[in-house]
Design a protein around this ligand. Structure first.
Ligand code: R5P
Length: 301
């Protein structure tokens, strides 16, 4: 038997998993004390059970202590194993030392999380210089993809789409979505000069004027990448683009800035709860977890 717990805002995904055979829903209280410290209490017994916790790791600094407390408490209460479903996996972008003295947080965070839980399932992690999660995670770590769902959304909603990836690493998901949606695609190049300062190459879209541009990226954080690309498309005389982000972080006023930058619409997956959510990933996550349940071999590295 497995028991599925949820951090706040991940109930839809946790309920979807818990609806399956041999799964039950667990109850946990997670809150912050007035001084900002975390309080965690498991209200359901977990003795001898496989515990699954659904906790997206956007804004990871606010959640990681509570996640660690949860895992410690579950082990102390006799949990057989602890699996983490993190629809968004944070701390993947600083995957190398760009300047002397920098912490390579992707590696350090992966090592830390690998000590807390026994396995990990996530959706489209930002794999750039690392090809696989297991290059930095020492626990079985499974990455699933939202490509099919995004392709389906494009097929159903957009007539004559032209998919555009803003940088080299986006080619991995843009090319897959394009293949599945039967649409052409263009990949641009990007130079990041600072957190909010990016330079994106001018797209050569002369032959695509009758198409609707669809910008696809894995993460929308400050939205600088999307906004800069949208400006180029406007200058090139293209229609206003639809922006699709797998994970909509929307730091600060990024969402409002994006909406007023001359785009048509912005759609994200519900890996991070947001009003732009238009693509539901609970079914693919549930399928991945059930696959692990029926093939425990997937959890051997
Ligand atoms: C990084 O290369 C990612 O794939 C995204 O392009 C990036 O995180 C987007 O960030 P922002 O919205 O801040 O431009």
């Amino acid at each position: 038997m497995s028991i599925v717990f949820s951090f706040p805002a991940y109930e839809t995904i946790a309920n979807s998993i818990a609806d399956e055979k041999d799964m039950q829903r667990g109850d946990v209280t997670i809150r912050q004390f007035p001084d900002g410290e975390s309080y965690v209490r498991l209200n359901s017994p977990v003795q001898g059970q496989d515990v699954i916790i659904v906790c997206g790791l956007d804004k990871p600094d606010r959640k990681i202590m509570a996640l660690m407390f949860f895992a410690h408490a579950a082990r102390e209460m006799g949990a057989k194993s602890i699996g983490l479903v993190a629809p968004y996996l944070g701390y993947m972008r600083q995957d190398k030392k760009f300047q002397d003295g920098e912490a390579v947080t992707a590696d350090i965070f992966a090592a830390f999380l690998s000590q807390i839980v026994d396995w990990l399932v996530t959706v489209d992690p930002h794999l750039h210089r690392h090809e696989k999660l297991n290059e930095i995670y020492s626990i079985p770590s499974i990455a699933i993809h939202a490509n099919d769902l995004i392709a389906e959304w494009v097929r159903v909603n957009i007539n004559r789409p032209l998919l555009i990836g803003p940088d080299a690493e986006s080619e991995q998901w843009v090319s897959e979505v394009a293949k599945k949606a039967g649409a052409p695609f263009v990949i641009l190049t990007k130079i990041r000069r600072g957190d909010r300062d990016v330079e994106v190459s001018i797209p050569n879209v002369a032959t695509w004027h009758t198409h609707t541009p669809i910008l696809i990226d894995d993460i929308i954080s400050t939205a600088s990448t999307m906004i800069t690309t949208a400006e180029h498309l406007k200058e090139a005389g293209m229609k206003p683009p639809v922006c699709i982000g797998v994970h909509g972080i929307f730091a600060g006023d990024a969402y409002e800035n994006l909406l007023t930058s001359g785009i048509e619409n912005v759609i994200t997956c519900n890996s991070i709860h947001h009003k732009s959510n238009g693509i539901s990933i609970e079914n693919i996550i549930t399928h991945a977890v059930m696959n692990i349940k029926s093939n425990p071999g997937l959890l051997t590295i």
